[in-house]
Write a protein that binds this ligand. Sequence first.
Ligand code: CP
Length: 310
Amino acid sequence: MSVASLQGRDFLSMADFSTEEIQALLQLAAQMKAGAVQVRCAKVLGLLFQKASTRTRVSFSVAIYQLGGQVLDLNATVTQVSRGEPTIDTARVLERYLDVVAIRTFEQQEVETFAHYAKIPVINALTDLEHPCQVLADLLTIQEEFGTLAGLTLAYLGDGNNVAHSLMLGCALMGMNVHIATPAEYQPDAGIVERTRAIACDRSSVLLTQDPYEAVTGAHVLYTDVWASMGQEDLAATRIPIFQPYQVNEALLAQAEPKAIVLHCLPAHREEEITDAVIEGSQSRIWDEAENRLHAQKALLASLLGGVSS
Ligand code: CP
């Protein structure tokens, strides 16, 4: 049986898939993780990365191997990308060799341009605007914990960054309430906020606040990320005092629902955005979340490439 529901599609934004399509992806990921479904997909995945990566690079590589395919690591330093070959040329060449490509870069426009010129599926493996593959794994982790997504509340604390953007869209699509607590000058992108509100409509709520305690009240999931993303490390010293009230620590966690879980996309700066005690505590699901990158992306690749299940 084919799992080709998303065959040939791109995944550039969390909002590229409908609620039903995400539900189907999460179901396939859970079935593959449990060993209830095996999928074969002997295709070639290219990883075109212009930024460092541990989880995304390794989980995509292992995912395509486990599907019976191959991976080519095309980081910018070993291709002509580092010498300025235009994206529109790279896209039209690589589509003739590869079956699918995952791109980690800076501008969202770059993955959109690549996808426009390449007929193969293009996956956003992180841009400055979004990190949708991370959020697929996050949703899988939350669903594993609570058995459902609709009606739950996720509180994100920290920088209104790419992870926050994809979480906002993903939560709204799945009927979750989303609370975002950031300093005033680090709020999420206005266009993403507008889109999230339009998706949530009257199904779920979207709260933007500068008060971390307001955000976590009633929350089932607490989520944070580093206070300075890749390329912004020089700003870390400036940011630390501004972000300190948003640290996920035991006092903040005590304000959430008693069975709340804690997620972090990693890598973490321990004792900055999250304390050691919380990362290592009983409510942390951070390592399951990291593992789920593999299962979610394996289901994604199988669906985009039309894998055959047994
Ligand atoms: N969370 C995440 O994307 O990790 P990497 O940067 O290590 O891929």
